[in-house]
Write a protein that binds this ligand. Sequence first.
Ligand SMILES: Cc1ncc(COP(=O)(O)O)c(C=O)c1O
Length: 364
Amino acid sequence: MIDLRSDTVTRPSEAMREAARDAEVGDDVYGEDPTVNELEARVADVLGTEDALLVPSGTMGNQVAARTHTDRGQEVVCERESHVYKWELGGLAQHSGLQVRPVAGDDRGVLAPEQVREAHVAADDHRPGTGLLTLENTHNSKGGTALAPETVDAAVDAAHERGVPVHLDGARLFNAAVAQDVPASRFVEPVDSAMACLSKGLGAPVGSVLAGDAAFVERAHRVRKLMGGGMRQAGIVAAPGLLALEGRDRLAEDHERAPPASGKASGVSRSATTACGSVPTGTSTTGTSGRRWRPSSGRSPDSSGRASARSSQATVPTVSLVHAFLESRGGPAEEKEDGEEKQDEHAHDPDEDEVDTPVEHAPG
Ligand SMILES: Cc1ncc(COP(=O)(O)O)c(C=O)c1O
């Protein structure tokens, strides 16, 4: 089966499974896992930063970055549809005591420099001050748009002029880089930290990386521990991550195979929109069963904005071709056994069909 819902439903290839099995390991909380150290050094090399840190997920990477850059009570300027604001359970407030100043970007999720200047709050006796600007590339909720680095440079400069650091949520940074034939390091060079996921499209089963200068990563290392992200023999995770990283240029094949999205997305690379699996309109994670959170009524949390699977199909011709991509690499997705009705957290719940209000973009 080729599963087109998202690039997060990938399964590791045989080579990744073997690499995990054979990985040399140590205790990474002590910094003694050689495979993690190798991955972090390789990421720093690829992204052009002094150092990097393996984290379990993209969400943790963003949250660790925010906590590392800021003081409690400060404001974070985020694009209004950004993942860190919209889809991370209010983590900026919950983990770091931050308040978000959401700003509506353009249809690709770009913030203009004047918007950054307007949103900035200087610290004084009454106001906490702006502690961080976050950017997202590719921009998930704007259809997975891959933004040219020059497009966001001005916003970064506007923040820096005011002494505000900038974090790049690059969950699909390598899609943005490959789609535009620009080195990933170019996107990271102007910002103060960047997160990239190895588990989306690149096929690693687990893991994201957070990159920045040595002082940032040293502080982030402590915050990762605080948030419960210190992992022990994590080489088992890092080894497939290394393979994921080395295979990043093959995202071009994924982009090639993905037909244009529903017509809403714009930006530098429309092909990246679907190929990066950012789940454009309506791939209804709300129409699911399994472990996903539900209120006691059994309805999904955003019952005002759900789509039926029917309306999802109508608005989303395709999402991600990652399984086909992985199969072509010799890492096929596992087949469902004949007649077996497997329910997983993405499975469609027919009860949801009654509701046909358009859903917002799915988080994954
Ligand atoms: C833009 C963006 N940032 C962060 C994340 C969070 O990544 P994770 O699911 O690994 O926590 C996602 C998830 O898809 C995302 O699309």
